[in-house]
Each structure stands twice: as structure tokens, then as C-alpha cells.
Write a protein of this length. Structure first.
Lengths: 506, 290, 352
């Protein structure tokens, strides 16, 4: 159906795709696996015309084709469901689906016709969506269906799905897979990009593994391979994730949360009466499908949610801190590694030195003089150099803008900055997202070392393997509520998965 | 007697709201596509100057109006190029155009007519006192229809809300935005033409006197929707009409009466902006990794 | 090398503006080279040309710094014009009301009135932005109109000398005058209004640099401008920084009143500002929102203002409005920099 030959793509200095070649047979489900940053999405976005390749060629049905824009891809019956949905929230389902290929004349849209077509399409595949509903009122799973319908409406014969399960509950994943199988039966070809091996094994016919922008290993039939082999290809060595750690020695309670609730600006409840404690010297993990209140939990504890939108009690070492702002909490010993380092964690255009003082710009020795008004250049440099050295930030040049660093080095800078506070409590979200393997191990070791030094750690991660490996206790969050606390060493991933979906195992 | 007073006020309101409405509707097309248009002031001036000059030389206000529309489109094209292709700060580009058109008409008319920035008087028979008013109010339902019931409108809204989504749906984001901005130049220029060859009979230096900014405020007040924007323009027009009628009638100094629309705008912005959600991609150039 | 790279684009923008300007000059039937040599030549003669250039540059340094400080916080202060008008009136008011005070009291008092009024005039849009999300671009523009109306009202009805045909206030107390350069610079005529406010402007450049890059206030303002979410994460109250940045910005714009009232006219004169607030946007942009760049850009635009008068008088058709055209075109080119930068970067990459 589609074949990529020697596709090469550079973003600045980063070689995102290095002579990528792969062939997708018609009527199959083809999985492309690899870690974050392996170049899977880039390759498929090139196939969809969203990026243009620097070199290489694309063949559709055996014929070389120039796919320079999504328009070209659409006209060749290629559709794509992006990881971040490409929907206009203020418009209706039908409007979104027909956008770019509207029925009716240019001067008079046939919205009725559009709605009818959408209804017919959704019935064909058993995808129930109301064509008149605005996107903003749909659940994530429903929005994904709209994306599928969008591609089908354009008569896609090849459908590319980029990490379609990242935001779904296990039940929604099962439904999606059923839909995809039905589509395969109808003769469609499907490419699914994922980093979850279980999904590959469960769903696909063929599999291509990518690492560091290259395709590794020969083309594989899914039935001829296994998880161990795929993992080895993905990572480049045998073990995927194993964290060396001693049993926890929990001490006194550091963080005590009672009935914590958070509402979003649109007044929907995101966190609903959550209570738990974290003791010194232990890591408490929070598992859950993304968007079930993890972000709100961490931000509320860090003091980043306005008091008007949060309720409940937060005690740090016995003192009520719920009235304190972010800076005061930081001064009380709460460090915070945010989930999105570009949005929250860094001032990308500032140099490393200036980034190293974010959060301590009012404290000694950085701030000196009456009221701490003056910034002490020498102290800032000393601090920045120390962090860069201790946490192996590369390149070790504190005059560089943070933007010029790789994701892993940016993350090391943030972790160094926060650990340099010698915190009593560390709030850490998605510590290894978009980070290379070497840095992941380093970051995990740092978190464990901090725990062993007596710090209380609250860890949120979308990677179930990461939370279960690091955490001493695990809280499962579903729709803003803690559904259960489990011992990660004695609970299977399947059980946790069911809890994440809101189900209760025996 | 009182009825006459009321009717006079009504007509005066409509007359004064007309340039605002044309500029606002122009701004709507640009901003719904995602491009801030603070250049409305400059576009009004471009339209006003061109209309006056062309009408003066060709003795035909319709030719003047047509020329004004073309001039407005050309000026808007500059704004579009700087904002969309060069990805410049849209407010900065708009201000530059405002400054440019404070200077350019004055420079040119100073040279052509040996004046300090005004054009010669145009005879009464060569003015268009009614047509632009009709056009302005007719454009309200037309704008609504095009925005909500045509292919172009749907695409324009999509581009202003989520350009990436539009792009993946095969829509040429930049082309749609160019169209939106150029359309805004055409409409605002009609408003400008009304100032010089409708309401008065010549172009004078800076004759828009801040109406472009008030029009922008009306657009925000009207939540970027045609009918509400028209109501906001009528409100501001009424304020100005009352100002004029109160002059000499009340002991309140004229300066204070003049301030009413400005204060009103601030109050409106402070009180209503929370409820008025701009197009999501407004002000953001569409950056695409290639 | 790095400095050169910083300078090259603004210089190109200026050159391009001259080119565009010459098209218009040709169009109206004058000689561009003659016009430009008049424009530049008259601005560089000694002592009048340079004296007046520096005099005109003074308010532009203040407004350029004002726009730059706000811009560093991610705000566009389009209201410097209104802030300096309100401030100049307040300066004159203080100078009139407390005319009897000795110089060492009256001058600081007038300066405080100027900065304080400017700060309040910009602080209001700052608060509206921080508290209610009202966009500062529109509110500062509205505050401009209000400032103009209020200042002319008070001048007209309360502070005008009776029978005066010009819209201006009565003079301020003489102890409020600050020295012109002619007083202490041998050979520099005292009729040239260049005064100590220019020195104050230079000091302001240094102080703004220290404020932005050596104090935590500056750090917090810049962090808010660069990434508000990260600033909040760093314990910075972004609302407070917005108000602070606007107040500082307005205070700087207000300092225009010091030179105008205490050093030049010794009274408030309606319509005294030749669009200094708007030119400040061009100055800040051309100067890359850095005090050194602002100083250089202000000198350039100061020279334009000086030369424009000569162009107005000594050319056949070109009026001083040429300067507005040049300004507008310069802003357009500087704002479009990203395009050319990206292109240059792409070319460089293509080579390797």
C-alpha cells in the first residue's frame, strides 16, 4: 500500500529520520514501535505530507508519489489521526468532519447533507457520535472517533494513527482495537504508532522497530516475534526498565492531604476529595490514565492553583500550607519537577544561569542587599556551575540559552535546580518524558537517592512501568478520585490497568 | 419638538456608527481568521484619503469609493504580508501602518494641493452621503451568512481557531488568512471613504481621530460576531451623537463629553472581556515545522 | 562580532526605509538625495544641529525605554503618549502650585509629579490587565484620548492666563527651571533648549539596564514576559509583575514632562508632543528593547525630527510628514525581521 524508501529528515541539528525504509502491505495492521523520540511520528508525518523529507521517496501502491502537503495525502486516500487531535473545539462534529472537503456549493454549505453523511459513516462502523454536538462537549474517546470519521469521510484507504491509546482507558483501547480490526476486514490498511509492546503484539500483523531515527532489524511478522525481542530492538540492549533500589525506610509523615478538590476554570471538577499521606524516605506513585486529575493534584500541592478553585487541607510537616503561594511553599522545602518542562519548567530563551535561579530569585545567596533586591552574579554563576557539573548537563556552558539543550539535558537542569533546594518533599511529574535512555537511568537513580536521603517523594507518571518500578506505594487515580492504594511489588499491571479504568478487581 | 429631537438623534447615531461598523466588520474578517487588526485606523485613513483625492480629480464618488477599496486592500496586503508571511508581531505591524498613514496622506496632499495635509473641497453633488450607510448595515447579515453558511466562512473560522487542524484537513492556512485580512482592508476603506466623501466633503489630516481603535473595541465588545458588533457600534455611535447634541445644552465642558466613548470602552473591556472569548489562534502566526 | 550582528539588521531596516521614502519623494517631484542630505546634514551641524538632535532625542529615550520595559514583560504599552501628556501637565501643575518653593525642593517635587502621574496613568491599564484581563493595547489607547482631553480641559478652564490665545498654562515658578547646556558648556548657545533632562535620560538608560538585569524585579518581569506559566511556577506573581512593569514604563514615559516643562517651555503647552509616545515604539523596536539600542535609535529619530523641519522649509514639496513615513516603514521592516533571519539561518545551514 505504502512504502518509504530512504527517508531522511533533519530539524536543525537533530537527525530525526535517517534513511528510514519500510513497507506496509495492503489490508494489514502495521505497527511502528520505538521509544519517545525514535522518529516514528516524523516518518509518518512525512508520509502524510505534514513535513517534507530532506531526502528519500514515497511509493503509494508501488508508484513513486510526491506528497508535499496533507492535501496530496488526502487525494491519495491517506488519512492520519494525530496524537494531539486536530479538531476545532468551537465547531460541531459535522463541521469538523467535512472541513476542507465540504458538501454543497462554495456559496452555500450543505450542513444537513454533511450531518447525514456523518450519521451514515458512523453507523457503518458502529461509532456513535452526534454530528451536531460541539467538539468541546465530547469526551476524549469520542473526539478520537471524530478523527477516525474525518479520515473515513475523505475515503482514506490507509489510516495512520499516532499513539492512539495514550489518552484512552483500557476499555476505550479495547473498543478502538475492535474498530480497527473491523476496518481491516473492510479492506483498509492501518499504521499504528506506539511505544507499548503489548499493543503491538495484540493488534498488529507486521511490525517495524525504530530507534534513534533509524529502522532497526529486519521487517518482522508479529506472530514470529515476542516482547523480549522487540524490547531489545527498541532499546538496543536486553533490559527495558529495572530500577535498583533498597526497601524503603519510611519515617515521619511529611505531606498530609485531606479532601483536596480542584475545579477547572470551566467549573468542571478535576480532583475530587483526595486524601493521602507521604512519609519521609518513601516514594508514593500516582498511576492513572492521563487527564484524570494528576496534573491538578501536583499543581495544587505546588501552589499553582488559585485558592478560589481548590478546597481541602494540605499539611507539610504538620503545618497547614494551603494558604501559601508557590514561592512560600518552595521556601518551606517543596521542590517541583513539572510535567511539561517547556511550558512550566524553563525560560527557554534565558541562559542556563538565569534558569538555574528560577524559584530562588528572592532567596540568599542569589538575592542580596536590602529586601533581597540585588541579584548576585557571582552567586548565580556558582549555583549554575554546580548544577551543571553535578547533574552532568551537556554542553556545560551556562551562557547558552536553555532552548539549545536536548530534552534530556533540559530535564537534568530542572532536576538539578530542584534537588539543589534540598527539599523535604519532591513533587515530580513525568520525569523522563521525551528523555533518552541514558538520562532516564540517571534521573531514576537521582530520585531513589533523594528518597534514601530521607526526602518524601510524590511521583506522577503516565508510564505505568516507571511508577511501578520506582514507587514504594501506588495510588490509582480515576476521574479525580483515588480508587485504591496498592503495593506495586505485589500487583500486576493488568490489575492496575483495570483500576485505572475505574473497575475494581476482587 | 421632542420627537424631532429623538429622530435627529437616531439619524445622527446611525451616521456616526457607520464608519465604526464598516471598520469593525472589517476587523472581524481579519481577527476571525487569527490576525489582530489594530491597523483599522490606518486603513480608515487610507480609504478616506484615496476616496477624496480620486473623487476630486475624477468628479465621481463611485470611482472614489472603488479606488478607496483598492487602496484599503493594498494596505491590508502589507499588513497581511508582514503578519502572515514574515510572522511579525501583529500589533506592532498594525501600529506601523497607523503611523505610516498618519504621515503618507499628509505628505502626498501637502505636495499635490500645497496644503498642510488636507484635500480640496468636493462639491456637494459629488458626495455619497447615503450609500455607505446602506452598505454598512447590509453587510451585517451578509457577514453573518458568509461566516456561518459558506465554505469560505467555515474555513476562515477553522483557521482562526485551530490552524493546525485546518492544515491537516488540507486547507491552506496562510491563503485563508490573507483573504481575511485583505477583506478587512476593503471594508475599513469603505468606512474611511464615508468619512471623507460621505460625512464631510474633504480629507483632513488624521480625520479618523481614533475611530479605528473604537471599532476594534466594538468588535471585542461584540464578541467577534456580526450582529453583536453592530449593536456595540450603535452604542458607541449613540454616545458620540449624545455628545454632539449635549454640547452647548449642558454646562458640562465639551472635553468631558468627548471622553465618554473612551471611558465606556475601558469599562466595557474590563467588565466584559471575561465573557468575550477571542478566536483561539488570534495573534499567533502559524508556525509550521517543515 | 556579536555586536555587529545585532546592529546589522536595524541598519538594513533604516536603509530600506530610506529607499521606500525616496520613492515617495520622487513621486511628489523632489530629489531624494537632496532631501536626505538636508535631513541628515541639518541634524549634524554644530552647535545647532547636534544640540537640537540631542534635544529631540531626549523624550524619545524616555519613551523608548518605557516601551522596552513593558515589552520585556510581554506587554505593549501603546499609551506612552497619554502617559507623557498627563505627566507633563502634572509637572506644570506642581511647578505652578508650589512656585514659591526653593529649587532643591521644587525640582524633585516636579520630577516626582511627572514620574508618579506617568506611573499611575500606565498603572491603570496594568491593573485592568492583571485583574480583569482587559488587553493593554486597547486600554492604553483609550487612556491616551482621556489624557489629551483632561489636560486640555484643565489648561483651558483652570490654568490658562486670561486672554491668552494659545492653549497653554501660566508659567511655573522660576526655581523650578533646570539648566540648559548653554549655561555650563562654553561656546554652546543658550537659545538651544537642550537641557539637563538629556543627562537624566542617559542616567535612565543605565538605571533601566541595572533594573532589568541586576535586580530580582527585573528578573521577575523578564521571566513573566518570557513565559508566564514558568514564572508562576518560579513563585512569581505575574499579575504583580504586569502592574509593576506598566508602572515603571509609565514612570519613564512621564519623565518626558521633566525636560519639556522644567527645561524647555517652563509651562504646559497643549499639543507639545510630536507623537513621542508612538515614536517610542519604533525606538524600542529598532533598539531591540535594550537600553543601549534605545539610546542609539532615539538619537537617530531625534535627528529625523530636527532634520524634518529643514526638509519642510527648504524643499519644494516634501513636508515633515516624511519622517512619519520613514518611521512606519522602519517599524514594518524591523517587525518582519524573523522572515529574513530565518532565511539567513536557512542559507547558512544550506552551506554546511
Amino acid at each position: 500500500m505504502i512504502e518509504l524508501r530512504n527517508i531522511t529528515k533533519r530539524f536543525g541539528n537533530v537527525l530525526a529520520n535517517d534513511r528510514v525504509s519500510l513497507k506496509v502491505e495492503p489490508g494489514t495492521i502495521h505497527a511502528i514501535v520505538g521509544e519517545n523520540g525514535a522518529g516514528k511520528s516524523t516518518a509518518m508525518r512525512i508520509a502524510y505530507g505534514f513535513y517534507s523529507a530532506d531526502d528519500g521517496e514515497i511509493l503509494v501502491d508501488g508508484v513513486a508519489q510526491r506528497i508535499a502537503s496533507p492535501q496530496d495525502a488526502i487525494s491519495r486516500h491517506i488519512g492520519m489521526v494525530h496524537q494531539h487531535f486536530m479538531l476545532v473545539e468551537t465547531m460541531t462534529v459535522a463541521e469538523n468532519i467535512v472541513l476542507g472537503a465540504e458538501p454543497g456549493s462554495a456559496a452555500a454549505l450543505d450542513l444537513k447533507g454533511a450531518e447525514a453523511q456523518v450519521r451514515r459513516l458512523s453507523e457503518e462502523l458502529g461509532l456513535a457520535v452526534d454530528p451536531r454536538a460541539p467538539i468541546s462537549e465530547l469526551s476524549v474517546g469520542q473526539q478520537q472517533r471524530v478523527e477516525l470519521l474525518k479520515a473515513l469521510y475523505r475515503q482514506a484507504r490507509l489510516l495512520i494513527l499516532d499513539e492512539p491509546t495514550a489518552v484512552l482507558t483500557p476499555q476505550e483501547v479495547a473498543e478502538l482495537f475492535a474498530i480497527l480490526r473491523r476496518m481491516r476486514e473492510q479492506g483498509k490498511t492501518i499504521v499504528i504508532i506506539t511505544h507499548k509492546l503489548s499493543e503491538v503484539l495484540e493488534l498488529s500483523d507486521d511490525v517495524t522497530v525504530m530507534r534513534d531515527g533509524k529502522v532497526v532489524g529486519p521487517p518482522l511478522k508479529t506472530k514470529d516475534t515476542n516482547a523480549a525481542e522487540l524490547a531489545r530492538l527498541m532499546v538496543g540492549r536486553d533490559v527495558l526498565l529495572r530500577v535498583e533500589k533498597k526497601p524503603a525506610q519510611p519515617g515521619a509523615t511529611v505531606l498530609e492531604v485531606r479532601d483536596l478538590s480542584v475545579t477547572a476554570p470551566d467549573r468542571t471538577r478535576r480532583l475530587d476529595g483526595v486524601s493521602f499521606t507521604v512519609r519521609a524516605g518513601e516514594i508514593v506513585g500516582v498511576a492513572g490514565v492521563e487527564g484524570n486529575g494528576q496534573t491538578e493534584l501536583i499543581e495544587a500541592l505546588a501552589g499553582l492553583v488559585p485558592a478560589a478553585r481548590s478546597g481541602g487541607a494540605i499539611r507539610l510537616g504538620g503545618d497547614d500550607i494551603s494558604g501559601l503561594d508557590a514561592r512560600q511553599r518552595k521556601e518551606r522545602g517543596i521542590a517541583h519537577i513539572p510535567e511539561d518542562r517547556h511550558r512550566r519548567g524553563l525560560l527557554l530563551d534565558f541562559d542556563l544561569a538565569e534558569n538555574s535561579i528560577l524559584g530562588v530569585q528572592r532567596s540568599r545567596p542569589v538575592a542580596v542587599g536590602p529586601g533581597g533586591v540585588w541579584l548576585d552574579e557571582a552567586a548565580i554563576h556558582e549555583r549554575a556551575e554546580r548544577i551543571v557539573h553535578d547533574f552532568d548537563v551537556r554542553p556545560p556552558n551556562i551562557a547558552l540559552p536553555a532552548r539549545s539543550l536536548s530534552g534530556g539535558n533540559q530535564q537534568k537542569l530542572i532536576i538539578g535546580r530542584e534537588l539543589d533546594l534540598h527539599p523535604r518533599l519532591l513533587l515530580v511529574a513525568q520525569p523522563t518524558r521525551g528523555v533518552d535512555i541514558g538520562a532516564i537511568e540517571f534521573i531514576h537513580r537521582q530520585i531513589i537517592a533523594l528518597r534514601d536521603g530521607g526526602c518524601a517523594v510524590l511521583l506522577v507518571s503516565a508510564e505505568l512501568e516507571e511508577v511501578t518500578a520506582l514507587a514504594d506505594r501506588l495510588l490509582v487515580l480515576h476521574q479525580g478520585k483515588i480508587v485504591r492504594e496498592v503495593d506495586p511489588a505485589r500487583t500486576t499491571t493488568a490489575e492496575i490497568g483495570l483500576l485505572m479504568a475505574g473497575g475494581a478487581p476482587a | 419638538m421632542r420627537d424631532i429631537f429623538k429622530i435627529a438623534l437616531l439619524f445622527s447615531t446611525i451616521r456616526l456608527a457607520t464608519p465604526l461598523l464598516l471598520a469593525s466588520l472589517g476587523g472581524l474578517w481579519s481577527e476571525r481568521s487569527g490576525v489582530i487588526n489594530i491597523a483599522l485606523e490606518g486603513l480608515l485613513l487610507a480609504g478616506a484619503f484615496t476616496a477624496a483625492v480620486v473623487t476630486h480629480f475624477l468628479h465621481n464618488p463611485w470611482l472614489g469609493l472603488t479606488a478607496a477599496i483598492l487602496a484599503g486592500m493594498a494596505t491590508a496586503l502589507v499588513h497581511a504580508f508582514v503578519c502572515i508571511t514574515c510572522k511579525a508581531d501583529q500589533v506592532v505591524s498594525g501600529m506601523a501602518i497607523n503611523i505610516l498613514f498618519l504621515g503618507l496622506p499628509a505628505l502626498l496632499s501637502g505636495a499635490f494641493f500645497d496644503s498642510t495635509g488636507a484635500t480640496p473641497q468636493i462639491p456637494k453633488g459629488q458626495l455619497l452621503p447615503i450609500a455607505p450607510i446602506v452598505m454598512a448595515f447590509a453587510l451585517v447579515p451578509i457577514t453573518w451568512y458568509v461566516l456561518n453558511r459558506t465554505r469560505f466562512g467555515l474555513r476562515l473560522r477553522a483557521v482562526g481557531e485551530n490552524p493546525e487542524a485546518a492544515d491537516t484537513a488540507g486547507i491552506r492556512v496562510e491563503a485563508v488568512r490573507y483573504a481575511g485580512v485583505i477583506l478587512s482592508g476593503a471594508l475599513a476603506a469603505i468606512g474611511g471613504a464615508y468619512l471623507s466623501i460621505g460625512q464631510s466633503s474633504l480629507f483632513t489630516r488624521n480625520m479618523s481621530a481614533g475611530r479605528g481603535f473604537i471599532a476594534l473595541a466594538a468588535l471585542i465588545f461584540g464578541k467577534w460576531r456580526p450582529v453583536q458588533t453592530m449593536l456595540a457600534c450603535l452604542l458607541f455611535g449613540l454616545a458620540e451623537a449624545v455628545t454632539i447634541q449635549m454640547q452647548g445644552v449642558t454646562p458640562i465642558p465639551v472635553e468631558f463629553i468627548q471622553m465618554i466613548p473612551y471611558v465606556l470602552t475601558i469599562v466595557v473591556l474590563a467588565g466584559f472581556i471575561g465573557l468575550s472569548r477571542p478566536p483561539r489562534a488570534l495573534g499567533l502566526p502559524y508556525e509550521k515545522k517543515r | 562580532m556579536k555586536l555587529l550582528r545585532q546592529l546589522i539588521y536595524p541598519l538594513l531596516a533604516v536603509a530600506a526605509a530610506f529607499l521606500v521614502g525616496s520613492i515617495f519623494i520622487l513621486l511628489i517631484g523632489d530629489d531624494p538625495i537632496e532631501t536626505y542630505s538636508l535631513l541628515i546634514g541639518s541634524a549634524l551641524s554644530w552647535p545647532d544641529g547636534i544640540g537640537y538632535t540631542l534635544f529631540y532625542a531626549t523624550p524619545l529615550i524616555f519613551t523608548g525605554l518605557a516601551v522596552a520595559v513593558a515589552f520585556r514583560c510581554g506587554l505593549l504599552n501603546i499609551g506612552a503618549e497619554g502617559q507623557l501628556i498627563a505627566a507633563a501637565f502634572a509637572t506644570a501643575w506642581a511647578g505652578i502650585t508650589f512656585a514659591g518653593l526653593p529649587a532643591w525642593l521644587l525640582i524633585p517635587l516636579c520630577c516626582l509629579a511627572a514620574m508618579g502621574t506617568g506611573a499611575v496613568w500606565a498603572g491603570v491599564p496594568g491593573v485592568l490587565r492583571a485583574r480583569f484581563g482587559a488587553h493593554e493595547v486597547i486600554t492604553t489607547i483609550m487612556m491616551n484620548f482621556i489624557a489629551v482631553a483632561l489636560a486640555s480641559y484643565f489648561t483651558q478652564y483652570h490654568y490658562k492666563k486670561e486672554g491668552d490665545a494659545i492653549l497653554e498654562t501660566v508659567p511655573i515658578g522660576e526655581s523650578g527651571h533646570i539648566a540648559r547646556f548653554g549655561k555650563f558648556l562654553p561656546g554652546f548657545p543658550e537659545r538651544i533648549p537642550l537641557n539637563l533632562a538629556f543627562v537624566l535620560a542617559l542616567v535612565a538608560c543605565v538605571l533601566v539596564w541595572i533594573f532589568l538585569w541586576r535586580t530580582r524585579w527585573g528578573y521577575e518581569i523578564r521571566a513573566t514576559g518570557a513565559n508566564p506559566a514558568a514564572a508562576a511556577y518560579g513563585g512569581i506573581s505575574t499579575a504583580r509583575q504586569i502592574i509593576l512593569a506598566m508602572a515603571v514604563s509609565g514612570g519613564l514615559a512621564g519623565m518626558v514632562g521633566i525636560g519639556e516643562v522644567l527645561g524647555y517651555r517652563y509651562r504646559y503647552y497643549d499639543g507639545f508632543s510630536a507623537g513621542y509616545g508612538f515614536t517610542g515604539i519604533a525606538v524600542a523596536l529598532l533598539g531591540r528593547n535594550h537600553p543601549v539600542g534605545v539610546l542609539l535609535a532615539a538619537l537617530l529619530f531625534g535627528a529625523f525630527l530636527r532634520g524634518a523641519l529643514f526638509v519642510d522649509i527648504f524643499t519644494e514639496h516634501v513636508s515633515k510628514d516624511l519622517v512619519l513615513v520613514l518611521q512606519g516603514v522602519i517599524i514594518l521592516f524591523v517587525a518582519s525581521e524573523a522572515l529574513f533571519r530565518g532565511r539567513a539561518a536557512r542559507l547558512e545551514r544550506g552551506k554546511v
